[in-house]
Write a protein that binds this ligand. Sequence first.
Ligand code: ADP
Length: 431
Amino acid sequence: MMPTLPLQTIDPETQQAEADWQLSVEWITLRIRWFGLIVGYLVVNTLSPADHRPYLNGILTLGAVYAMFDLVWHWRGEVFLSRAPLFTSLMEAIFIGLLCHFDKGLDSFFRYYYFLSLLVCAIRYTPLITYSTFALHATSYSLLAFTLSTATVDQVGTLILMIVFMGWATWASTSLTMLLRETGQKLSTLNRDLEGRIARRTRELQQSQALLVQQEKQAAFGLLAAGIAHEVGNPLAAISSLVQLMNRKKLDPEMHERLGLIDEQLLRIQRTLRELIEFSRPGLQQATRFDVHEVISNALNIAKYYKRKKGKVIRTRFAEDLPQIAAVRDQILQVFLNLVLNAMDATEEGGVIEIETAFEVGQIHVRVKDNGQGIAEFDQAKLFEPYFTTKSTGTGLGLFVSRNIVERARGRIRLQQSLPGDTTFVVSLPC
Ligand code: ADP
């Protein structure tokens, strides 16, 4: 059975590799042709029968014209007559046959050109075309024998030997080329695999780097909060006790009321500080069982200090009798807080943010919906990528970190839909 070429054009990359191969091979072919022509001119004008030289020079010049076209096409990045390989082979068979005919017949130096032609054909085309070219060349050389007026036994021997060698050269060059192509193909597949693996590893590295950045930021924030709490907390406590002392004294009722108000405000500042520290202290990294509603309420409690909270309504619709979930509580709190803060950023004054919980076999779903501007369709695919942000002061890590946290808790976070006036994120956690 005729071996088929393993390099079938399948995908664009393989197609490109095939085109590159063709161009490289064409360059080799061109050099072989031009070298053959120069040697041919030399042989014709020194060794060939003098009366046949004009014919031979004429045939070689025709070959040079053809080689010229080939060269021009190559400069244009194309292969001349690439779609008609058998036509090229036929022309070569006639060209070499004529050269031999006007030179010294079967013994002509030009008979070696058949081998070069077969070699070039093998590296350029499929085995089928190479074997067909061999048939054309064998016919060309045999016809040459028939044109001779007298055929000696020697000449018949030369003819047979020549055809055997041509067949041999065809088989050898075809096998070698196939091996070369297969190896090249394997190498490019390996290369593609390697590139894919490098890209994957780079992505993983970027993601873990992003997580690290976020953790470092949080740790720095924690330190800062603890510092503030220390620096502000102590004087506040002192002021508060002084105010209380003063309030115990006999003063007019209006003064009592004012001091009461001051004390109330001081207590409020202290509470805020406590909550800030609570949120920013390095959290417990162990999974515990907890109530999702309690965590959501906690997140909302923290979110109320956010400057963009002003003028926005937060509504909760909690399902009854929700089972507890097992996860790292502080991390899940971070997820809900991030979703709520994003919703606040997306809404204008008067905007409404709704948080709804639901229970489904083995899963708790938390929907965070806002009636803000929505997310452009083009951006939706990039939402969970690290560093994707459309905010001037954003980090682009909120959703990325949230996804990591939720997936570690064997849950899922996704954008359910986003239209102007209705953006809904859903967090599903196993319980
Ligand atoms: P950051 O808040 O620092 O930008 P996030 O990862 O939390 O990082 O969010 C990434 C981007 O997703 C935001 O910059 C914003 O464009 C978009 N986004 C997230 N939530 C919403 C939302 N509810 N409405 C509109 N856009 C949102």
